[in-house]
Design a binder for this molecule. Structure first.
Ligand code: HEM
Length: 271
């Protein structure tokens, strides 16, 4: 920048942007602060931190999907949903890498974690509620393990529209009377069908994450040790029943009940 008196000052805009500046790498790479000298603790931290980064992208994309569904822009919602499922696949793979964390290595630094637990992840709760998980059973269980009050992230997210709500409303506007009516040759060629199957993929990826997380916990600390967050393994096992889009899963039951070639009893309504 040149001033009125002709003096030259270098501003941020004058400097060529570097890779490090753009990504804030100095800050980012300074955020891994192991509490022990154990060489495996860095892996544990990196997997958790990178998962939280993917969670951030997921929450951002799910909010976009709600907006696109509300505007009946289903093809665009499908494009974003594809990336959402890619992100889920990536974070699942990252968690799998922790199967290579030997139990004795984890125990070498676990005691230093105090009460810190993934259970406290605000972004995880935001994703659950914004995806569609808000039934009384889920909230009751969460209240019970959180000492009677819901975590702040859940309370905040309950005030926002979920993907499941936006999906059900978009289906109703598209003229779908009940969910089993989606599974016909004619409907299978629609964008609503493709999107609904992508939501099934998403729900299933979460089920995989939860199942593999429980397996990882059993593998690393066993089935009788309480977590650093204070819960027993059966809490995590109960979470395996959660579904964001239960109506899509239940509609399969009514298809199986229908005699071949006839329209069977109908599943839940799309509204
Ligand atoms: C060695 C690996 C891991 C162990 C032993 C472990 C252990 C546990 C345990 C015991 C719980 C139950 C809550 C508690 O009492 O602490 C829990 C919950 C949780 N963990 Fe992990 N975890 C591991 C890896 C991860 C990773 C990589 C993530 C990714 C961010 C993660 C995220 C979570 C979340 C979100 C919950 C809450 C689940 C829910 O309430 O449905 N954990 N973990």
């Amino acid at each position: 920048m040149v001033t009125a008196t002709g003096r030259r000052y270098e501003t941020a805009a004058d400097r060529a942007l570097t890779y490090d500046d753009y990504l804030g790498l100095t800050t980012l790479l300074g955020l891994q602060r192991p509490l022990s000298t154990h060489p495996d603790e860095l892996h544990f931290i990196v997997v958790h931190q990178s998962t939280e980064l993917w969670f951030k992208l997921l929450a951002h994309d799910l909010r976009r999907i709600v907006g696109l569904l509300d505007a009946d822009r289903l093809p665009e919602a499908c494009t974003v949903m594809r990336r959402v499922n890619g992100a889920m696949t990536a974070l699942l793979a990252q968690m799998r890498s922790l199967r290579d964390l030997p139990p004795h290595s984890f125990h070498a630094f676990r005691g230093l974690l105090g009460g810190a637990s993934g259970f406290q992840s605000g972004q995880f709760r935001e994703l659950e509620v914004c995806s569609g998980l808000r039934d009384e059973g889920y909230l009751r269980d969460l209240r019970a393990v959180c000492g009677g009050a819901l975590p702040g992230a859940v309370v905040r997210s309950l005030g926002q529209r979920s993907v499941a709500e936006a999906h059900r409303d978009a289906a109703r506007r598209a003229g779908l009377g009940d969910w089993s009516a989606l599974y016909t040759e004619e409907r299978a060629a629609t964008t609503l069908y493709v999107l609904s199957e992508q939501l099934m993929d998403y729900d299933e990826l979460w089920l995989r994450w939860r199942t593999e997380h429980v397996a990882l916990v059993r593998r690393v600390i066993g089935g009788s040790t309480r977590g650093t967050g204070g819960t027993a393994i059966d809490y995590l096992e109960r979470t395996l029943r959660h579904r964001f889009f239960p109506y899509l899963w239940e509609s399969r039951d009514t298809l199986a009940a229908a005699p071949a070639g006839e329209e069977g009893p109908r599943g839940g309504t799309a509204g």
